[in-house]
Design a binder for this molecule. Structure first.
Ligand SMILES: [Zn+2]
Length: 262
């Protein structure tokens, strides 16, 4: 079995960065050879790029999380734009709207989200979208921004069947992670079981969202195979097939080369 790609991890987060060698060793032992390190503000985006430059199998996404949208000023945007042109960058994000925690005022969230969509279009890169309790506003913003040319993932999808249907009709992919294994996630499991095979991505969102609470105090990419196994069972396919399909989707969306070690 080829390596599995974790399409969304924050190895740039202090909790994982502090023990990066161990985290990467456990990932390799679990067959997770490639990871997209996702930025959530300017410093973490810079870190994502430098990690991808230094370590084989790592790629970078650069962006400002909706939580931090209000902290981004003109200098931030200028630097992010420059950074996004780095060879290691395979996506813009994470960006989007979070009306659940509302840590930045909504107008600032909309403004930041639109800037990310514009930048992605300018550079021909896909977009990694975070969305909580703002599905209509998120989908409308993506549509108004040119639909991201159909190259976007709704990361850590936890919406309804109807929201999934609308996102899929716009060409978005859905990112599934540890939420799938949580109690009470029946509708999410139904969405994951029914989604077209070519629209599925696997992700851990580590260090957040442990697949099985209590397993470790924090999540890490080595948990990805457990998520793949859960999704394979839901869809009635083998783990090998599930992994191969999700990896092909990730390579296509993010323009990655062949597998590490192929
Ligand atoms: Zn994230």
């Amino acid at each position: 079995v080829g390596g599995v790609i974790d399409t969304h991890t924050h190895l740039n987060h202090p909790r994982l960065l502090r023990r990066l060698d161990d985290v990467l060793r456990r990932a390799a032992e679990a067959g997770v050879g490639e990871m997209i390190v996702v930025g959530y503000d300017l410093p973490s985006s810079e870190l994502a790029v430098s990690l991808a430059r230094e370590r084989a199998g790592l790629y970078a996404a650069v962006g400002v999380h909706p939580h931090d949208a209000a902290t981004a000023d003109d200098a931030t945007w200028a630097e992010l734009k420059d950074l996004a042109r780095s060879q290691q960058v395979v996506a813009i994000g994470e960006t989007g709207l979070d009306f659940y925690r509302d840590l930045s005022p909504r107008p600032a969230q909309f403004d930041a989200f639109r800037r990310h969509l514009d930048l992605a279009q300018e550079l021909g890169l896909p977009v990694i979208v975070h969305c909580r309790e703002a599905p209509d506003e998120m989908l409308e913003t993506v549509a108004a921004g040119g639909g991201a040319d159909g190259r976007a993932v709704w990361h850590c999808f936890q919406g309804s069947r109807e929201e999934a249907r609308r996102a899929l009709s716009m060409g978005l992919l859905l990112g599934f992670g540890g939420m799938l294994t949580r109690r009470g996630a029946e509708e999410l499991r139904a969405v994951a079981a029914e989604a077209p095979g070519d629209r599925i991505l696997l992700e851990t969102d580590s260090p957040y969202l442990s697949p099985e609470p209590g397993r470790r105090q924090y999540n890490e990419p080595s948990n990805l195979p457990a998520i793949a196994a859960c999704l394979a069972d839901l869809r009635g396919v083998s783990r090998e097939e599930m992994t191969a399909v999700a990896d092909a989707n990730a390579r296509r969306l993010f323009g990655l080369g062949g597998g590490a070690g192929d």
